[in-house]
Ligand binder design. Structure first.
Ligand code: URA
Length: 303
């Protein structure tokens, strides 16, 4: 578990900037409040104080930017993802999918601690559902509830996902759900609060998600939210601009849509709900599910 001091490095200036940018983007989307518990408030105070005391760089004397191995935190998420290559041992594609996944999980469990991003907690939450499913959903990282249950998507976002499956006429165990990062990102004095994975953490897991997709070989992938979008499509673009059309990940159709936790944050805004649902209707078509007229009309204004 990282100590509080690990969050006081000069690279926090960059984090502070990212945080301000993120909050401004939320404000631009109409969000007026952000809920912070006492731990999160204290972490922000620490971050602000460490940013103030960080040495200012002099443009005439400062060195060129560090490389990925020197300081992955100084890179954009996309640069770090491109720069990283984590070693995995080849898994025989002739084994049953469940056995291949068990081997992959075992390899990640056995990662040497020197290679493991130290900013992650140590309890692995790998995946859930049916490896033979046509449909693979990929989220961001486990949170407090998922870590307790050792299962992805069991907290509030997972319950929302279950309702989406129900509307589609699917059961959770007919799908395969996983996350880009398989461990809960740590924070100082963490209780129930969660955070998004950073660039280094996402980069470490790119080879794992690639291998997982190769093994499950679904007919269709759904990237839930910006972390999955960035990791799978290699873009810093937004969910708003990439959703609503088909992409591909190594030949497999991929749909980007809003993360269920974003839907919850917006107070289940009807237009976000409808856009998410339209993505799911497209997914249903792609995997050959029948769609009723009633289903097509869900979440329309005045429906
Ligand atoms: N959010 C995610 O992206 N994944 C989970 O497993 C839970 C919440």
């Amino acid at each position: 578990m990282p100590t509080t001091n690990e969050y006081h490095s000069p690279s926090n200036t960059g984090l502070m900037r990212q945080l301000v940018k993120y909050l401004e983007s939320q404000k631009a989307k109409g969000l007026s409040h952000v809920l912070l518990d006492e731990d999160a408030r204290q972490a922000l105070r620490n971050l602000a104080n460490s940013s103030k005391s960080a040495p200012k760089s002099n443009p005439t004397t400062s060195k060129p930017p560090a490389t990925a191995t020197q300081n992955p935190q100084s890179l954009t998420k996309r640069e770090a993802i491109n720069a990283h290559a984590f070693g995995l041992t080849a898994i025989s594609p002739t084994l049953p999918k469940s056995e291949q996944l068990a081997q992959l999980e075992q390899q990640v469990r056995a990662w040497p601690s020197g290679d493991f991003p130290q900013s992650l907690r140590k309890t692995m939450v790998f995946s859930s559902g049916n490896p033979e499913s046509k449909l693979m959903l990929i989220g961001e990282a486990p949170g407090h509830e998922e870590e307790k249950a050792l299962c992805p998507f069991v907290g509030p976002a997972g319950k929302k996902l279950d309702q989406i499956f129900e509307a589609m006429g699917l059961k959770r165990d007919e799908t395969y759900a996983t996350n880009i990062v398989k461990f809960r990102p740590a924070t100082a004095r963490q209780t129930t609060n969660n955070r998004k994975p950073n660039a280094e953490e996402v980069a470490a897991f790119i080879p794992v998600i690639r291998e997982e997709i190769r093994i499950v070989a679904p007919q269709c992938i759904v990237a839930l939210g910006a972390t999955a979008l960035e990791a799978l499509l290699g873009t810093d673009s937004t969910v708003a601009s990439e959703r609503g059309r088909w992409h591909e990940f190594e030949g497999i159709p991929l749909r980007v849509t809003y993360h269920p936790s974003y839907l919850l944050q917006t107070g289940e805004n009807l237009s976000i709900k409808r856009m998410l649902w339209e993505d799911m209707l497209a997914v249903m078509e792609k995997i050959g599910m029948e769609i009723s007229t009633k289903q097509r009309g869900y979440f329309l204004p005045n429906s």
